[in-house]
Design a binder for this molecule. Sequence first.
Ligand code: URA
Length: 248
Amino acid sequence: MARLERLDKVLAKHGFGTRRDVKRLVHSGEVTVNGEVCRVQDMHIDIDSASVCVSGEAVPLQSSLYIMMNKCAGVVSAAKDGLHQTVFDLLDDSVRHSFLDGSLHLVGRLDLDTEGLLLFTTDGELTHRLTSPKTHISKTYSVTLRDAVSAERQAEICALFAEGIEVGPDAQEAAFKTQPAVLSWIDETHANLIIFEGKYHQVKRMFAAVDNEVVYLKRTAMGALKLDESLAPGQYRSLTKEELNLLR
Ligand code: URA
């Protein structure tokens, strides 16, 4: 299906100035769409297939930016923090400042000490869909626990999590019963947990509710999108079209 956007909006997003600057540029005849001079700034173009040139130079079109980061521990999932480095500080200036009109944001958050898959985008619609409590997108975590858990207790905890478990209150949230979650054990201290909601400190609170403590936490997938394990902690890259389709 064609994804149509107004030419002036597209050019403004790609760094050609304000909508007023862009209007002037288009009226000057410097802009071509699919090889034809276009003097109509509110023309709708298909951002997946249109070829746009300004003063003879092709403009590589991208409707939105989608980035996966392998978040490292010690950085805050926020735009600003008075104390710690933030995940935005890890991005190159070219990513932070180019054609983003201030709309680059995170799709969900990870705790200061949590590592793994973190998404950034300029696509508010996708963010809304992925973070809406109605969507129930799965999030997969790799967990290391403080205390070894016997085989018998492992089975009990799987059953408790599958049913939904009452977790205690946290600084930011009252106690609540979790949605059913899927736990699979790797050994006595390592497990993978799939949850379908994203409450504050949820994974840590779930294991605290069974008298254990998470000592290492990494998000490895969101829905069908898996973390690219070749990204070193703190590194990031754009999503491929196939990966984006997995999220859509
Ligand atoms: N659950 C947590 O407890 N922490 C995270 O960072 C993510 C999920």
